[in-house]
Design a protein around this ligand. Structure first.
Ligand code: ADP
Ligand code: MG
Length: 347
């Protein structure tokens, strides 16, 4: 419930920005996208395809913690759904619906328009319908719940990896972390001469507009033995997969995929550091048997996505790292909101 601060009031605002828009998108779908009842009642009524399990996840973005306070509303709307789609991608699920809990200090028409443009842009790309939410006044906080489905028994989980599996990652790592560092740097502190300007912009874009690997997650359903998305940095996330599967993971740091933009803007050690620990990558980390890996790689190639082997799994526990054949220990430990050094901005 929100005290109206806007000529539309809380309910007019919901109707104008969310309900009417989504009623049109829902009606445009032949089977209504499984929405029996969307925005406007006390709760949504949703119908899952036969033979599937419901997959649900929620992620919250807090201004000043998950994105710098000056971030444009379009990117906030886009990113809020993108990070949730990444969680569904990591389960091999097909996204279908979202709910939105939006807390904002004031109801400003232009901000809301841009926020909705970003949110509905990525919603449309993935066929996701907004089916409900809550609107309140307070410090800017955006919480999106995503709902989707997966054929029964086909979900990708963290606990299925086996000794002997290879460890692979989609796309490139570290871009978003470097982008955030560039976006947060003091004006004039970043060298933007010549080709560097385009590379810096590309990295900032990777932070503002993450690309959830939804289609690849679906393609990996019967090929990967385990999967998760990399949101807190490989150093923070990989131990979770290793522990859930009861295996030891080894990473060859020199195999981490680094983009041309990252290589063009920072030194090699710095690039590796971003790739290991900066977070906000939203790439998929997968385990696959050596027999299935070529099929997984072919599936990625069909989606114009690179897939790189970065290490392997063996019996045991924990994670070990080596760089160019020499054992090493990454300096940072990944992001933890309640950890000792939680100053970084990440989800
Ligand atoms: P209630 O008081 O019954 O919880 P609300 O007044 O909060 O209902 O919301 C009215 C309707 O508008 C509900 O269907 C709710 O799901 C939807 N809604 C509210 N805020 C949003 C939002 N930010 N995005 C999408 N739907 C919303
Ligand atoms: Mg409510």
């Amino acid at each position: 419930m929100m005290t109206p601060s806007f000529d539309l009031g809380e309910f007019g605002l919901i109707r104008r920005y969310f309900q009417e828009h989504e009623a049109q998108r829902t009606a445009a779908l032949r089977d209504q996208g499984g929405v029996v009842l969307g925005i406007g009642d006390d709760a949504a009524l949703l119908r899952l395809p036969e033979g599937t399990d419901l997959v649900a996840a929620v992620d919250t973005l807090v201004a000043g913690r998950h994105f710098p306070s000056g971030t444009c509303a379009h990117s906030i709307g886009y990113r809020a759904l993108a990070v949730n789609l990444s969680d569904l991608a990591a389960m091999g699920a097909t996204p279908a619906w979202a709910t939105l809990a939006l807390t904002m200090p004031a109801a400003e028409a232009q901000w809301l328009q841009e926020f909705c443009a970003g949110l509905f842009d990525i919603a449309q790309q993935h066929g996701v319908l907004l089916v409900g939410g809550d609107t309140t006044r307070g410090p800017l906080t955006v919480s999106v719940q995503i709902l989707g489905s997966v054929p029964r028994g086909a979900a990708l989980r963290r606990d299925g990896a086996k000794p002997g599996d290879v460890l692979a990652v989609s796309g490139t790592l570290g871009d978003s972390g470097a982008g955030l560092a560039f976006a947060s740097a003091a004006p004039g502190a970043v060298d933007r001469r010549g080709a560097r300007a385009a590379a810096v912009d590309a990295l900032i874009r990777r932070f503002d507009y993450p690309t959830p690997r939804v289609q690849f997650g679906i393609a990996a359903r019967h090929l990967a033995s385990a999967a998760m998305d990399v949101s807190d940095g490989l150093v923070g996330d990989l131990p979770k997969l290793a522990a859930a599967s009861g295996v030891h993971a080894h990473v060859d740091v020199e195999r981490l995929p680094l983009s041309a933009a990252l290589r063009a803007t920072v030194s090699e050690p710095q690039a590796r550091e971003y790739a290991l620990a900066a977070g906000d990558d939203y790439e998929l980390l997968l385990a696959a048997s050596p027999a299935n890996y070529p099929k997984l790689e072919a599936a990625a190639r069909q989606l114009n996505l690179t897939l790189s082997i970065i290490g392997e799994l063996s019996s045991g526990s924990g994670v070990s790292w080596s760089a160019d054949g020499v054992a090493c220990m990454p300096a940072s430990s990944g992001f933890d909101h309640f950890g000792q050094a939680s100053t970084q901005i990440t989800v």
